[in-house]
Design a protein around this ligand. Structure first.
Ligand code: BEZ
Length: 211
């Protein structure tokens, strides 16, 4: 069965390019992003892994650990990383899981048989410090992911975990946010001292509380 938001991210042991990991232990108290790649030595994946290496400092700032996975053995990953570093002008600075038996891919339902029965789609799992899945994305092999969007959703997830707010369409860090319906009108001024706008009884906005 596929994994859903709110489920515990399944734990697993795996060989990675930075040594063996026990996934939950490796995550520790941090947020995590697990993102899959259909296969090694493929063009779109090469650009994605290079892009993630360049974005990694931004994920570090947000207390997010990043790990990639591809269903090829570790030796192939290491050779591919040399190519990624060379062609994308970067250094891959996070681990890549080797999953030749597709154990992790199956555990996380990353193989969508009507797309391919041997390689994974481009899955993303954002995992909270409580080890629960906060967000899932699935892209086809032909479409590279948008890493600005991954940062944006992490910003939203971390903000909404801390305050009783939600983020509107196309929100980005620093924009106004929506006060959730769980907050009664009477409590709004004390809980959102920066002020608020009551557009409708169900749509109340406020400046981002942690800015
Ligand atoms: C790619 O990364 O370019 C790719 C991987 C698998 C199928 C198609 C494209």
């Amino acid at each position: 069965m596929s994994l859903r938001i709110g489920d515990i991210a399944p734990d697993f042991q795996a060989q990675t390019t930075e040594g063996d990991v026990s996934f939950h232990q490796w995550l520790g108290e941090k947020w995590g992003i697990l993102f899959s790649h259909p296969a090694d030595f493929t063009p779109v994946c090469t650009t994605e892994l290079g892009t993630m290496a360049k974005y990694k400092p931004e994920f570090d700032k947000r207390n997010v650990k990043v790990v990639a996975i591809s269903v090829d053995p570790i030796e192939k990953h290491n050779q591919w990383i040399s190519d990624i570093n060379e062609t994308q002008h970067t250094e891959v600075n996070y681990p890549m899981i080797a999953d030749p038996e597709r154990e992790v891919a199956k555990l996380y339902d990353m193989i969508h048989p009507n797309a391919s029965d041997s390689s994974t789609v481009r899955s993303v799992f954002v995992i909270g410090p409580d080890k629960k899945i906060k967000l899932t994305l699935s892209y086809p092999a032909s479409t590279g992911r948008n890493f600005d969007e991954l940062l944006r959703v992490v910003d939203s997830l971390q903000l909404t975990a801390q305050y009783s707010v939600a983020t509107p369409a196309n929100w980005k860090d620093g924009d106004d946010v929506i006060i959730t319906l769980a907050v009664p009108d009477a409590d709004v001024p004390a809980r959102f001292p920066k002020g608020h706008t009551r557009v409708k009884p169900y749509l109340r906005t406020t400046p981002q509380p942690n800015k």
